[in-house]
Design a protein around this ligand. Structure first.
Ligand code: FAQ
Length: 319
């Protein structure tokens, strides 16, 4: 074994000991390259999900049923943009630039959550997204507040607070519709039918098929496995659906007294794979919208750079 390998082994052992002792890893600390790359992958995917996630709800901004609903929805969507920016900044601390991240998204190299490749067909979908999608996001993100990487964990604390307002607003829309006319209740049920299974897919593949989980858990990036979080979400959400008087579209859903948890049906993993690989209902539309927005913003970036260059030149002249 050469001296360099010895050094690396020692550094890795010290790093793991720090993680095991629940000490946070900060940007300037030494970290294994694979830890850095795993975080860049997960955090950039998370940031992209927030930004792409603005699109399905944005579809209803001009058609919100009242001024109040419109203002609330606009605030929620702005929060999501803010979460994206927060997460891009946190990811930059790992040594990747924002331009590189955008490029990875626009060329299809980086993923974003499958959930945002489904269409929002009615106003009830806005309620279902808040209730279910934000509900699932919180379940996942509460665990991430204790992630070993400091900037990610700290970003999650604020994001979770805002997500919980999002979840409540979604549930309130569902409640209003479920208690409304027959047509409104049907609309709420239809939204639940369409969003339930895709929401369960947000937690990723089953643990036995999750390529990254074991290592991410060892590094304490992930604190709970995909299946544990999915189960937690289901157990919390079933009583909420019952309270609304809506039926979760799963005939195998049943309380298991022994496990103290709900049993549930099999997720359609073929559908998941199709959406992950770019063949969901809205993948192409979503990516096109992001690329168009980026291209459309080029003049702003150019103007900001020109202004900064001019300011620097003036400063140099004055010095
Ligand atoms: N969609 O080995 P694992 C939100 C990929 S934020 C797409 O288990 P990992 C807020 C995975 O990347 C929602 N790809 O992976 C909001 C990997 O591929 P790779 C986003 C998925 O990372 C609400 C491969 O499959 N939240 O909703 C998905 O250990 C409302 C194998 O999987 C986050 O990103 C999927 N659903 O665990 C905004 C949270 N699942 O990269 C607007 C942070 C898996 O190796 C409106 N992320 N994949 O080629 C995480 O916690 C994790 O990355 C998981 C996946 C749990 C998503």
């Amino acid at each position: 074994m050469d001296a360099r390998t010895d050094d690396l082994d020692r550094l890795e052992a010290e790093f793991q000991a720090k993680v095991d002792a629940e000490q946070r890893i900060e940007p300037k600390d030494w970290m294994p390259d694979r830890y850095r790359q795993t975080l860049i992958r997960q955090m950039s995917q998370h940031a992209h999900s927030e930004v792409v996630g603005m699109l399905p709800e944005g579809n209803w901004l001009t058609r919100a049923p009242s001024l109040k609903r419109k203002a609330i929805l606009m605030a929620k969507i702005q929060d999501e943009g803010g979460h994206g920016l927060y997460l891009y900044s946190a990811t930059e601390t790992l040594g990747i630039s924002r331009d590189e991240m955008f490029d990875q998204l626009h060329t299809g190299k980086a993923k974003y959550s499958t959930i945002f490749n489904y269409p929002t067909l009615t106003w009830a979908d806005v309620g279902a997204i808040g209730w279910l999608v934000d509900g699932a996001a919180i379940t996942n993100q509460i665990a991430l507040c204790r992630c070993s990487y400091g900037p990610y964990a700290r970003a999650m604390i604020r994001i979770c607070k805002e997500e919980s307002f999002h979840q409540r607003q979604g549930y309130e829309i569902m409640m209003t519709m479920a208690q409304g006319t027959k047509e409104q209740k049907e609309m709420a049920q239809d939204a639940l039918n369409r969003w339930w299974w895709p929401t369960l897919m947000m937690f990723g593949p089953n643990d036995s098929n999750s390529a990254n989980s074991a290592q991410s858990m060892k590094w304490k990036i992930k604190r709970q496995s995909n299946d544990e979080l999915r189960q937690k979400f289901i157990d919390a959400t079933v009583p909420q659906a019952e309270y609304l008087g809506l039926k979760i579209p799963d005939d195998e859903l049943k309380w298991n007294e022994e496990r103290g948890a709900y049993d549930f049906g099999e997720i359609d993993w073929d559908e998941f794979k199709a959406v992950v690989s770019g063949n969901g209902l809205c993948n192409r539309e979503r990516l096109k919208a992001r690329i168009d927005a980026h291209d459309g913003g080029k003049w702003v970036r150019d103007a900001a750079l020109a202004y900064a260059a001019k300011k620097a030149a003036r400063k140099a002249e004055a010095a």
